[in-house]
Design a protein around this ligand. Structure first.
Ligand code: SF4
Length: 384
């Protein structure tokens, strides 16, 4: 079964570190959005009628800030998806939520509409850090949103945290972690701040106005996250993700396991498997621009600004690169079953990494040893 991802390209205000595609939007623009995504689905089904029969067991609304749309529009979009694609009864249906944009009533309505998982963008429990990151919400908003999400009885409530923030020291991060576990979230994502080019935070660092902790301190913060969350009963199932047993994000696992997913909305990416034209997968990318996206749909074209039919080499490379992010690693025989024998280059690269201790072989699986998780990009690049 595949996943369905909907990108909601609206935020109240841009955070200082963020380079995801999102814009501030008025009521009218937000009102028009569900109809655009509905049109995108209809045009896609016109081009690939077979897609109407592909069942989905995860739906994920990300952004941007999906909750800026409000529960009425989100529920309408979810119903529109269900009316066009078979969505499993027990599907995982997630929305990301910014704590400054939701009320208890919103959560209750989302729950009624069929959402069963919420991922709260907390980032930090320190007012100074929230201000440095340019977040719109306060620590009190986080407490209220978490309480309201629990009262609405979502099956899973997760929180996202960021470490390696401007001016942050290790003791402050440890306090954030200690506080996070007292909430008893089902899922925790912890990402190191990456100052993306073109963002205000990156400009402030370049201008010497702020400084990030050094690399060694950030590496120790990563270890602190792993140690604290593990001790509290969370499995470290992917480089940046932790979950109580059985509460892993099924939708994101599809990306790492290279299962298919539809990507809807501006800047969304997808991976389809139309058997006749792209048996190894068709990667789709929507334009990172709401006007361009809307124009394509008005002209009756699918919103894709680019597509790429994957070959066997791509399928192998991607299966290794994404799969090795997970603690479960990958099974080369399973990849071979789906995609045929490994290209020589991939086989040699894997053998070389195993020989130098950068990958571990366990039975028919291979995985990245934990001591290399923080520098996984450097190791995995050798497979790219
Ligand atoms: S709320 Fe999320 S998507 Fe929006 S600007 Fe902030 S980090 Fe980016």
């Amino acid at each position: 079964m595949r996943g369905i991802y909907v990108h909601v390209p609206f935020c109240v205000r841009k955070c200082g570190y963020c380079d995801f595609y999102s814009v501030a939007a008025g009521e009218e623009e937000r009102d028009r959005y569900p109809a655009l995504v509905e049109r995108e689905m209809d045009l896609l089904l016109r081009k690939f009628p077979g897609e109407a029969g592909v069942p989905a067991d995860t739906v994920y609304f990300g952004g941007g800030t999906p909750t800026v749309l409000g529960p009425g529009r989100l529920n309408r979009l979810l119903a529109a998806i269900r009316s066009r694609f078979p969505v499993a009864e027990d599907a995982e249906i997630t929305t990301e939520a910014n704590p400054g944009t939701v009320t208890g009533d919103d959560f209750a309505r989302l729950r009624e509409g069929g959402f069963n998982r919420v991922s709260l963008g907390v980032q930090s429990f320190r007012p100074g850090t929230l201000a440095a990151l340019g977040r719109i919400h306060s620590v009190e908003d986080v407490r209220a949103a978490y309480r309201d999400a629990r009262r609405a009885k979502f099956r899973s409530v997760g929180i996202d945290l960021i470490f390696g923030n401007p001016g942050q020291d290790e003791a402050e991060w440890q306090e954030d972690l200690d506080l996070a576990v007292t909430f008893l979230p089902d899922h925790v994502s912890a990402y190191a701040l990456t100052p993306e080019p073109g963002t205000p935070i990156q400009a402030a660092i370049a201008g010497g106005e702020i400084a990030l902790p050094d690399d060694d301190a950030v590496a120790r913060m990563y270890t602190a996250a792993r140690d604290t969350l593990r001790a509290a009963g969370y499995g470290h199932y992917e480089i940046s993700n932790f979950a109580r047993p059985g509460m892993e994000c099924r939708h994101n696992m599809k990306y790492w396991r290279r299962d298919g997913y539809l990507g809807l909305g501006p800047s969304a990416h997808g991976l389809l498997f139309p058997a006749e034209s792209a048996p190894f997968g068709l990667r789709t990318a929507n334009p990172p621009s709401l006007p361009d996206y809307a124009r394509a749909l008005r002209e009756g074209r699918p919103a894709w600004s680019s597509t790429r039919a994957c070959g066997r080499e791509d399928a192998w490379k991607e299966s290794l690169l994404f799969g090795l992010r997970m603690s479960e690693g990958v099974s080369p025989p399973s990849i071979e079953k789906r995609n045929g024998p490994p290209p020589d280059e991939a086989r040699k690269a894997v053998e070389h990494l195993i020989g130098s201790g950068l990958l571990l072989r366990e039975g028919d699986r291979i995985r990245l040893p934990e001591q290399h998780w923080f520098v996984s990009n450097e190791v995995l690049q050798r497979l790219a």
